[in-house]
Design a protein around this ligand. Structure first.
Ligand code: 4AD
Ligand code: MG
Length: 474
């Protein structure tokens, strides 16, 4: 039986077998056993006189055990029930001289180097259970609303975001790729007969499906070769991208807000024990920071605040006005001072708006066309596009989305102006030729959502095996 289930039982001396890993072994008598099913350990009480020495010496932190016994009310404090052990089998010993995860506080940096074992700690197991629940919450939200889950390709021949930060996929010999007369690599010799990359977004393909299935969403791995060594960037991350036919930007913002609230409510309802633990961990970590850098709210408080309050919605233009009037801008405290309309917002500006000015999640919309992707719908003013970003406290940008340009001529003009080769996008343009409709969608970075829900400061600690510049171990 799983420990999560055992801990729900009334202790009636019932016989049980439980299998898991030793967290601690105290006084040759008390094993704290964990099987990953929940945060809590099951206390297993050993009679060391009845237990062979060969078994006893292998009950060490990290060892795998199968324990048979009966469930009673616990005599000690800290747990309601405990298992009185009748028989122990050591399934897999863990040499205590070598097992790196000892029952003491390890730094997250240290644990990143032991990423294959870190899920055996309380913090990482809690984070990964919350991550799992969030992803179920994502599917539930969309499936309940009649959206279809589509799987867009991971290897692509198009650059959806036009940012060019892609990982090449090739079977050409890196030492001697065939080249043409001009010395350029001849991709006609490559596996796909053309240049291909790992996808930076499933959006363009999702759009084709929205214009047939109506409302769709993707949820898959996404790759970006940007050399950003920050606590919020991964080279491989998971993105959720809904795409809806007949939605305008307002509908899109409404859906995004409902979506985030729904998945957070889902974990509040289903991950209580883990969230209470992570809330305490978060509070301790905040305590160790200087006063001004501390979060104003606790973890659970932050999640509830987001679920219960309306997101602030302001245009890019209004945001620029607020930022220009702000103290850090006037005193030149921002690294990038905002002096003109049209400036791209840096994370310091986003954080100012969210954490200082509004103290709430903010949806910014109608950005300058110049700083956004080619596919966003042009506004009447010919200057701004129907883009929207959702900014979160402590995270910054969590969602990026837009209403898409559905007018063929306008889109062709934009593609040309941005220096993109129209031929590459023939199929995307076909959508505007045959039964084009207004449509919208957005992308939510799943790891950033997991960070928000778990209070983890570094994105490397919310994905099992992070890929970042100079690091693809495991
Ligand atoms: O704003 P982005 O680049 O938008 C798109 O890719 C659109 N095609 C989405 C759409 O409209 N369907 O990325 C969307 C989100 C960001 O807001 C951020 O949360 C996350 O993806 N993201 C990253 N997360 C982790 N590491 C990175 N390097 C990320 N880059 C973007
Ligand atoms: Mg973005």
């Amino acid at each position: 039986m799983k420990i999560a289930e055992i801990l729900q039982q009334a202790p009636n001396q019932q016989q049980l077998t439980v299998k898991g890993w030793v967290r601690t072994f105290r006084a040759n008598r008390f094993i704290a056993l964990n099987d990953g099913s929940c945060l809590s350990n099951l206390q297993c009480v050993v009679d060391f006189e009845q237990t062979p020495e060969t078994v006893l010496k292998n009950i060490t932190t990290g060892a795998a055990l199968a324990v048979k016994g009966y469930l009673t009310e616990s005599q000690g404090k800290g747990q309601k029930v405990e298992l009185i052990v009748e028989e122990i089998t050591v399934v897999g010993a863990a040499d205590p001289e070598q097992y790196p995860i000892q029952p003491k506080k390890h730094s997250f940096e240290f644990l990143r180097e032991k990423a294959h074992l870190r899920v055996r700690t309380a913090t990482f197991s809690a984070v990964m259970r919350v991550r799992s629940a969030l992803s179920f919450g994502v599917h539930r939200f969309f499936q309940d609303r009649g959206f279809f889950y589509v799987n867009t390709p991971i290897i692509t021949g198009s650059d959806a975001e036009g940012a060019g930060e892609m990982f090449r996929v090739t079977t050409l010999d890196p030492k001697q790729p065939k080249t043409d007369e001009a010395g350029a690599v001849d991709y006609s010799e490559d596996f796909f007969g053309k240049e291909t990359n790992l996808t930076v977004s499933g959006q363009l393909e999702a759009e084709t499906y929205a214009l047939g299935l109506g409302d769709v969403y993707t949820f898959g791995p996404t790759f970006r070769a940007e050399n950003s060594n920050t606590t919020r960037h991964l080279a491989e991350f998971w993105m959720i991208e809904p795409e809806m036919a007949f939605y305008d930007l307002e509908d899109n913002m409404n859906l995004a807000e409902d979506f985030i609230k729904s998945v957070l409510q889902y974990v509040l309802d289903n991950c209580k024990e883990d969230l209470v633990f992570l809330d305490e961990r978060f509070a301790k970590e905040e305590q160790s920071k200087p006063q001004q850098q501390r979060s104003k709210m606790g973890l659970l408080e932050k999640i509830r605040f987001v679920v219960e309050n309306e997101f602030v919605r302001i245009s890019y233009t209004e945001a620029i006005e607020i930022l220009q009037q702000s103290k850090p801008n006037k005193k030149k405290k921002f690294q990038y001072v905002i002096d003109v309309w049209g400036a791209d917002l840096q994370s310091e500006h986003e954080r100012y708006l969210v954490e200082q000015h509004f103290n709430a999640p903010v949806i910014l919309f109608d950005y300058p066309a110049k700083i956004k992707a080619f596919y966003m719908r042009m506004n009447e003013d010919q200057k701004t596009v129907r883009a929207m970003d959702i900014l979160f406290p402590g995270i910054g940008e969590i969602v990026g989305g837009s209403q898409r340009e559905e007018r063929l001529d306008v889109l062709q003009e934009r593609i040309k102006a941005m220096g993109i080769d129209e031929k590459e996008l023939w199929w995307y343009l076909d959508l505007r030729r045959f039964g084009s409709v207004p449509h919208s969608g957005f992308g939510l970075g799943f790891e950033r959502l997991v960070q928000f829900a778990t209070g983890m400061g570094n994105i490397r600690d919310v994905i099992p095996f992070p890929r970042t510049p100079q690091n693809a171990s495991f």
